[in-house]
Design a protein around this ligand. Sequence first.
Ligand code: MC0
Length: 138
Amino acid sequence: MKISRIDHLGIGVESIDAVLPYFENVLGLKCYAIEEVADQKVKTAFLKVGEVKLELLEPTSPESAVAKWLEKGGKGVHHVAFAVEDGVAEALVEAEGKEIRLIDKTPRPGAEQMSIAFLHPKSTAGVLTELCEPQKKN
Ligand code: MC0
């Protein structure tokens, strides 16, 4: 697969409102978008740091993967998202062929009109890995 850059770092939080003052008032970053992603049961807040984005992730349901992660003591960086140039679906086929455990067999809708898919941290050096690309227009 052809990875061109880190698209974003996902940071899991109990409350976006509670942590935004740190990112905005101390680091001087600007939140430019808040978006709920129903498919993943999260609310997201995006801040840009050069080419890379930070994606704050607040669960909107106890069933959310982020809620479960927080409940088990997870804190800070939740996942790393790589932009794939030659297609997420194709990258999943390639990864599976290399015996990487897939969480998603096919791409799903993510924030910012991206198609996303996750690889399991047990086969990615412990880093929950998201592959993403802009959603294809019909
Ligand atoms: C769990 N594990 C992690 C982890 N979450 N390791 C690294 N980073 C994480 N974030 C580890 C656990 O410590 C455990 O290791 C093992 O994975 C299995 O964990 P588990 O607790 O038994 O399993 P679950 O049921 O909690 O599921 C974990 C899994 C799940 C990663 C499969 O969270 C998942 O499906 N994630 C993908 C979807 C997701 O994260 N959505 C939220 C972001 P040990 O050694 O204890 O066995 S959505 C998003 O970001 C969108 C909006 C976007 O970017 O556009």
